[in-house]
Ligand binder design. Sequence first.
Ligand code: 2IP
Ligand code: CA
Ligand code: CA
Length: 387
Amino acid sequence: MSEILHELLCASEKAACIARACRQEEALFQLLIEEKKEDERNKKFLTDFKTLADVLVQEVIKHDLGKKFPGLEKNVRGEESNEFTNEHEEKIIVEVCSTEEETASLLQKVLDNNKAAAKTLARAVHQEVTLKDLALDADNVSIPLDNIAVWVDPIDSTYQYIKGSEDIKPVKGIYPKGLQCVTVLIGVFLLDTGHPIMGVINQPFAVKDPVTLRWKSQLYWGVSYMGSNICSGNPDNKTRCVSQQSSTTGDNSYAAVTSSAETKDVLKALLVVCGENLHFAAGAGYKCLCVIQGLVDFYLFSEDTTFKWDSCAPHAILKSLGGGILNLSECIKSANKKPCNRPHILYNSEEEEAKGADRWANKGGLVAYRSEQHLEDFIDIFTKNLP
Ligand code: 2IP
Ligand code: CA
Ligand code: CA
């Protein structure tokens, strides 16, 4: 099992290397952006961009996983379609070729004949990525390769990635925006049940080396399968993020993070429950990471603009910590039910009536948590404060 986890981590690190390489040269970066097609449009943004980096990263992950586990590439699903239109309205299928030279010449077509840029990218695509000092203590778990599929978000928080702010200050450890909110998300789920079982989150712009001025990744992973729960780091998942005796909200004070796009009614209720411990941050993956790191107790969002590829990887990690991600609207409806009856988000079924990316939307919103007991309490108070 460590083998597949190891491969996911390496794939995420190669993805992070490509993401960093693409940001380094502004002229190159400007070449890489293309507007999303109408039916794939994420409702929330008027102009949403997908980048060649995004498409390429997804293809690299698919290619590298398929090389190690033949057949698995057919079950790697992602946000992006690999059809790219260049400046001359030429349609090009972006894929990893068998040699670096072939990949470079394919990329050259996408990059309007920019040979140097294409070469740099192809080098990043074909490089060997090794991860030092990885202690993957997950050998005893055997994963059924014929019953798994993978959701990939090659770059989450594209908007922050394109903007590229490097100097945002964290508030109580949480970055409201900036490059730190960018993540690569790779989640494995079971095809038959739809349950997430393994996840990797790579934060490509986590720390900047003060000497080389180069960004370095931080990696997080978790496995939750057949009673085995293993994860990177060792946060005490049962602690609450704020003092139990908060003066404004008494015993019921919880820390939560949400999107700046959250609705007024939900924000009002969250403010009552969390007070000054309500935070805002960009990136669905990054907000989940705040829960995983123990910076907040919950990530809550009531809109339909997160997708399976946003939540699958963090969901598996949260499960390995004793938590999970639930459908928020169902959770509110079943506020008095036992937590075991609450609806976990599943990854193998689509919204029948929806079109394009919306088929894979987390409809009804989501709530990510680490402790079932705290969730119980929180949902109860939160629901009572909704209009
Ligand atoms: C986006 C990204 C946004 C998020 C949105 C996701 O994914 O994570 O930041 O909105 O839900 O779909 P918000 O930051 O308001 O939570 P992508 O960047 O991959 O399109
Ligand atoms: Ca995303
Ligand atoms: Ca994305």
